[in-house]
Structure formats: structure tokens, C-alpha cells
Design a protein around this ligand. Structure first.
Ligand code: C2E
Ligand code: MG
Ligand code: MG
Length: 690
């Protein structure tokens, strides 16, 4: 039987592969060109073949057997066919009975679609791998907010419980997220705003109850320019924030003590000034400097120095109210900003701080005393800028130092002589260099008196400087600046030469007067120091026994072995050595015994409150006993009253110097005082400046 032409014509016109199967014989009756293409043969060659030759899956075999029995009429499914070269092709195949004797089979080749699907799957797998490999938590939603996907990091950042994840319940995930955020209502509001604006790109930050801080970045997800959803990425910025907060904090605080630094202090002063200008309360600014802190560092080491600074910090803080500020400007310099403080309150605060320092400091096994000097400026009386107030408080602090430390002082407007304390170190350094070049330095000599005989037995050379602009500048002010800049070496050389010349001149005139000079650490450590001393003596033909060097304890403790060598070389020369400001440093008996020292000079801070202060009495007695035991002479400095002199005399002290007898005098006045103190040998003829 031949197929009616119209049928062939009909199937030839179809794009899909189509063939007709005889319902009785299950043989192919006709096939179109597309069917030939699908199997890779001429369409005509398909005719006469069995239907099961072309579709040979078990599903098809079952179908054709049931179809031939009249049990089924149609089948539609995705299946496979094998072309004539043996290749398997994915197809969608539909078979339907048409009329009585025929089945129409259509097959759509799905190879291209399948390839596209596979490509898509690969892409998706790649995308998922990318998602999982990012450090951020990613959540993808559709336009209505339904969750389409998220990565593990997302689940981790939000600590989503397994059971919420397992349920794949959008509402549960959203509820969990909202409940995790500290301000859930605000979170919800912001999320709604994001969802409302489909094309919005934005980022924000929120804090979770766990304390973690998340940054959220969101962008619309588009295909072909149309938004189809939204991608959220979440990043944990807790550590980053903490680090930047720390950086911020560091830029405002002192690293050692954690106190506000200069910058933060400046802000606080500006604020206090602004408040004061609007009719707020007066406040006080105090500059606090630890006395002899350099010695603590030099003798006990920087580690102990740091611990002292921390202890001082604690004690200052404990003496102030919470609203007040303590700042550390560096080194041993602190600034206290005391709010709502008139003079009475400021004084009370300064006293509290000084009292707080009075308790001994005990670090490990060492106990010692730390004192401080405080200068106070008041707003608005002492200035209306932070600079003015700081400068004045600082100047007042320096006046405390000059006057013997361990106290406080208010800024006092002063005349010409007073201006000196306001000078900056730079000004002083500059002026000092000119002073040396133009011969403005002078030496004054303070008489030293034997307590038993009342005779002047020595002279301490003390440098004096009257600058044409700065006025009289105290050595307590410029010597530290010179030590800092190294200029002390030049000054020290000048003092040495000048003092030796003066002693030689006196001697030439029949006055054998030992002269003591103060030697700074830096000067003592110069490699050629001993040669300088020897040269000076030789140049003036002065016997070495008439020169004494005053050294401080810190010079001797620092590099004790080197110091011992130098001291021995100086001893060889015949020069005398004394320890100045004795009692303020940290001498050990060990080196006092070993070092060739002739005298101890008791620091004037221990003399000041004699004979009433029982602890000073005990200290001075102990030093005198120590001197006896080590066979050293003991001289007391800063003796101002007869009661002090009497006490020292009775305690067995050898010598004294101080205003009671005379301050440091120019050489002419010195000669006069020596003459009046005790009758001088007839041969003595006093001379004029050298
Ligand atoms: P210093 O060596 O302890 O000198 C004693 C200081 O006490 C001197 O202060 C002196 O004028 C002062 N003084 C003496 N008697 C009394 C008194 O009875 N009461 C009071 N309150 N003070 C008294 P000055 O001259 O201001 O010197 C201060 C410090 O400057 C000296 O302390 C010394 O360390 C240093 N200095 C002075 N001249 C020189 C020098 O030529 N070279 C070096 N390197 N340092 C010097
Ligand atoms: Mg001295
Ligand atoms: Mg002294």
C-alpha cells in the first residue's frame, strides 16, 4: 500500500522529524526529510523499517508492543534515539494514533538544548564555587524578597541554625536575621527601603547582639537590563573597626600611660576656654614635672622609670575628679586640667597631688621617694588662649624647681626679672651660645665654712649669666637646656678654666682656697675630660689639691666601671672629688667605698626642714654617720638658719654652705667675706678679676 500523496506532502512541510508507522505491522510507512537528517540517512531509506528500529529504549519497546495490541494510543517523553552512525541523541518524542491504521511519530532533537543546559549547569557550578570562595556572606533574593541562594559564609556570619537552614523557610531566615540585630526595628526599616527601590545600590552597617559588626552591601541583580532580584553581601568588620578605633585612640593618647596626649589636651583646653567665654566657670591648668626623674632613669633604668610614670599617673588620677583631665606631654611632664576651680580649689588640688606622691614608691625591693613640682595658671586671669595658659603654668613650675622643687606655685605676673622663666629652651640655647662667645658668663663663689672653726675652707663656683634681653637667667633654668643640647661641654670647659685661674690668682696672693666646680654627666663622660682637667691645672700652675669636682650620684652609677676608672685617673692627678646633692640619688654603699671620694654634700632639700622634720633629721644623721664610717667629710648645702647650723654642728657634720653665711659672691665680695669671717694671713693680698 502506498501512502497517499497528501500525507507525504503534509509531513514534508514540517520542521520536526516526523514519520508514520503502520499500526498493524509497526513498519514505517513514510518519513520526512528532517527524520532522514536526524538519523543521518536518506528519508526514503527509513520506509519499511520497524518502528522499534528507530526508538529502541525499553520504554519505546513496551509502548509499541502495547500499541500494536490496541492498549495505548500515545506517548510523549524525553528519550534517546540512536542515529545510524551509532550516536545517541536526546530528543522529545511524541507518538499518537492518527485515524485507525497509523501512528504519527514526531521527534525534536534536544542536543542543542541539552548542550546549553549542560553549559548552564557548569556555569552555575562555577558561580557557586565562586560564591563559596568569597570571604563575604552572600544572599541572593528575587524581587519580592524570596531567597534564591546563599553561601555558607552567609549562614556562618549570621549563625543561622541548622534547622532554619534545613527548612528552607524564607520567613524563618528573615526573622532570625532581624532578631540577631541589636536594633531590629531599624534593620527592618532599612531593609524595606532597599526592597522598595529596585535599582538601589547601597551599603550600611549594623551591630549584632553577639557584638559583631556587619557591613552590608547590596546591588540589584539584572538580566538584559531588567532587575530580577538583589544580591546582598555581608562582611564582618568588627576587627577592622576595632583596629581603626585603636588607631584613633592612639592618636589621642599617650602610649605608655593611656592618658590623653598633647593633641587631646589641646582640644579639651579649647573646649574649656569656649565654655569659660560663654560665662562658664573658671578653670586651672597645672603643669606637673617629676623632680629628678632623669636620675631615676639613669640609675634604676628605663623600665623602672616607666613604672614610676605609671604609678605617678595613678596617684594623680586618684587626686582628681573624673571630669578633670590628666594628660602626659612626654617624659616626666604631665598637665592637669581642673574644671570649676578658683584659686582655693586649685591650691587644694595641687596639695592633694603633692600629698599623694608623699607615700614611698616601692618597686620590687627598692623603695624611694618621688616628688613633683607644679605650676598653676588660672583661666581667665592668666590668659585667654591655651598657649598663654600653658606657658604661664610651665613658667610657674620652673620657679618651683628653682626654689627647691617638691611644691607648687601660681603664675605671678612679674616685671623684667620675672620674664626669664617664660623663655623657651630654644631662645635660651641661642642666647647661651652668644653669651659664651661675648663673655657674658661669670663665676660666683659660695663660701664653705668649717662648722667647728667657723673658717671659710672652700668655695663652690656657681655660674651666673645676665643676658641683655632675658635678664638674669638662673643656672637651674639654662644648665638643663645646655645639658640637653650638649652645649654644656663648652660651658663646662669655660667654668673649669675660669675657676682654676681664679684659684691660682688667689693662691698667688697668698690665699689657698680650694675651689669646687660642678661637673655635668656629659662633660664627665667626654673621652678627653681628664686631659682637659690636667691641662687647665698645668696652664694655671695650680696644685691639683685646690680643685674639687662635684659629681652627682647618677653620673657615678651610670657605667660604674667606667666612672671608677676616670675617678682613679683624677685621683692620680691629685684632684678632689665630692658627691653633690647627696641623698637624692640611689648611691650604693658598695661604690661609695670603692670610689676615691673625699666629700659628701647633703642635698639642701634635707636641710630645708631641719631641725623640725623628724625624717629629715634621721636622714641627715644617717648621712653624717655614713660619712664617718667611710672616712668622708660631710658638707651641708643650703643652710639658711642658725637652728640648722646648730643642729648640723651638734650632729657632727663637718662643714656647711648656705645663705646663712653667704650666697654665691663675685670674687671681690668673696674675698671680702673671707677677710671678715676669720682674720686672714697677713700675706694675703686680694686681687682683681682674672
Ligand atoms: P648645686 O650644685 O646644688 O648648687 C647649689 C645651689 O644652691 C646654687 O644654686 C646655690 O646658689 C643655691 N644655694 C646655696 N645656698 C643656698 C641656700 O642657703 N638656700 C637656697 N635656697 N639655695 C642655696 P644655683 O647657683 O642656682 O645653681 C643651681 C644648680 O645649677 C647647681 O646646684 C648646679 O647643679 C647647677 N650649676 C650651677 N653652676 C654650674 C656650673 O658651673 N656647671 C654645672 N654643670 N652646673 C652648674
Ligand atoms: Mg654643686
Ligand atoms: Mg647641690
Amino acid at each position: 500500500m502506498t501512502v497517499p500523496d497528501p500525507m507525504q506532502g503534509l509531513i514534508d512541510g514540517l520542521l520536526e522529524a516526523v514519520w508514520l508507522v503502520d499500526a498493524g505491522s509497526l513498519r514505517i510507512r513514510a518519513a520526512n526529510a528532517a527524520a532522514g537528517d536526524l538519523f543521518g540517512v536518506e528519508a526514503a531509506s527509513l520506509c519499511g523499517r520497524g518502528a522499534t528500529d528507530l526508538c529502541a529504549t525499553p520504554e519505546d519497546l513496551v509502548f509499541w508492543s502495547e500499541a500494536s495490541a490496541g492498549l495505548v494510543d500515545q506517548i510523549v517523553s524525553d528519550t534517546l534515539v540512536r542515529d545510524f552512525s551509532g550516536r545517541l541523541l536526546p530528543v522529545t518524542r511524541r507518538v499518537s494514533r492518527i485515524g485507525d491504521g497509523l501512528f504519527l511519530v514526531t521527534c525534536r532533537d534536544r542536543s542543542a538544548q541539552r548542550a546549553a543546559e549542560e553549559e548552564l549547569e557548569t556555569r552555575l557550578a562555577e558561580l557557586r564555587a565562586t560564591l563559596e570562595s568569597t570571604a563575604d556572606g552572600i544572599l541572593v533574593t528575587d524581587l519580592s524578597g524570596h531567597i534564591r541562594s546563599f553561601n555558607h559564609r552567609f549562614a556562618g556570619l549570621w549563625a543561622l541554625p541548622e534547622e532554619v537552614l534545613a527548612r528552607r523557610d524564607d520567613a524563618a531566615v528573615r526573622d532570625w536575621m532581624r532578631a540577631s540585630v541589636v536594633d531590629g526595628a531599624d534593620y527592618e526599616r532599612r531593609l524595606a527601603a532597599i526592597q522598595e527601590a529596585t535599582m538601589l545600590q547601597t551599603s550600611d552597617v549594623f551591630t549584632l547582639h553577639s557584638g559583631r559588626v556587619l557591613e552590608r552591601l547590596t546591588l540589584p541583580q539584572c538580566t538584559r537590563g531588567h532587575p530580577i532580584g538583589r544580591v546582598f553581601s555581608f562582611r564582618d568588620i568588627t576587627e577592622k573597626l576595632a583596629a581603626s578605633a585603636r588607631i584613633e585612640e592612639l592618636s589621642h593618647t599617650d602610649a605608655l600611660t593611656g592618658l590623653p596626649n598633647r593633641r587631646l589636651l589641646a582640644d579639651r583646653i579649647e573646649f574649656a576656654l569656649a565654655m569659660a567665654q560663654r560665662g562658664g566657670n573658671p578653670f586651672a591648668l597645672m603643669v606637673l614635672n617629676i623632680d629628678r626623674f632623669k636620675q631615676i632613669n639613669d640609675t634604676l633604668g628605663l623600665g623602672v622609670g616607666d613604672r614610676v610614670l605609671l604609678e605617678v599617673t595613678d596617684r594623680i588620677k586618684a587626686s582628681l575628679r573624673n571630669v578633670d583631665t590628666v594628660a602626659r606631654l612626654g617624659g616626666d611632664e604631665f598637665v592637669l586640667l581642673v574644671h570649676q576651680a578658683d584659686a582655693v580649689a586649685a591650691e587644694a588640688t595641687a596639695r592633694r597631688v603633692i600629698d599623694a606622691m608623699a607615700r614611698p614608691f616601692t618597686l620590687d625591693t627598692v623603695s624611694f621617694t618621688v616628688t613633683c613640682s607644679i605650676g598653676i595658671a588660672q583661666s581667665p586671669a592668666d590668659g585667654d588662649t591655651a598657649d598663654d595658659l600653658m606657658r604661664r603654668a610651665d613658667a610657674a613650675m620652673h620657679r618651683v624647681k628653682e626654689a627647691g622643687r617638691a611644691s607648687f606655685r601660681f603664675h605671678q605676673p612679674r616685671g623684667d626679672a620675672g620674664r626669664r622663666a617664660d623663655n623657651s629652651p630654644m631662645q635660651i640655647d641661642h642666647a647661651m651660645r652668644q653669651a659664651l662667645a661675648s663673655g657674658q658668663f661669670r663665676l660666683h663663689y659660695q663660701p664653705q665654712i668649717d662648722l667647728k672653726s667657723g673658717q671659710v675652707i672652700g668655695a663652690e663656683a656657681l655660674i651666673r649669666w645676665r643676658d641683655p634681653v632675658l635678664g638674669e637667667v638662673s643656672p637651674a633654668e639654662f644648665i638643663p637646656v645646655a645639658e640637653e643640647s650638649g652645649f654644656i661641654i663648652a660651658i663646662g670647659d669655660w667654668v673649669l678654666a675660669q675657676a682654676v685661674r681664679q684659684a691660682a690668682a688667689w693662691r698667688a696672693n697668698g690665699l689657698e682656697m680650694p675651689v669646687s666646680i660642678n661637673v655635668s654627666a656629659l662633660q664627665f663622660q667626654q673621652p678627653d675630660f681628664i686631659d682637659h682637667v690636667a691641662d687647665a691645672l698645668k696652664g694655671a700652675s695650680l696644685p691639683a689639691r685646690l680643685l674639687e669636682l662635684e659629681l652627682t650620684e647618677s653620673i657615678l652609677i651610670h657605667d660604674a666601671a667606667g666612672a671608677l676608672q676616670r675617678l682613679q685617673a683624677l685621683e692620680q692627678l691629685g684632684v678632689q672629688m665630692a658627691i653633690d646633692d647627696f641623698g637624692t640619688g640611689y648611691s650604693s654603699l658598695g661604690y661609695l667605698k670603692r670610689f676615691p671620694i673625699a666629700r659628701l654634700k647633703i642635698d639642701r632639700s634635707f636641710i630645708k626642714n631641719l631641725p623640725d622634720d623628724t625624717s629629715d633629721v634621721a636622714i641627715v644623721n644617717a648621712i653624717i654617720q655614713l660619712g664617718r664610717a667611710l672616712n668622708l667629710r660631710v658638707i651641708a648645702e643650703g643652710v639658711e638658719t642658725e637652728a640648722q647650723r646648730q643642729f648640723l654642728h651638734d650632729a657632727g657634720c663637718d662643714e656647711f654652705q648656705g645663705f646663712l653665711f653667704a650666697p654665691a659672691l663675685d670674687h671681690g665680695s668673696f674675698e671680702g667675706r673671707v677677710g671678715r669671717g676669720e682674720p686672714m694671713p697677713r700675706s694675703v693680698r686680694l686681687v682683681h678679676p682674672v
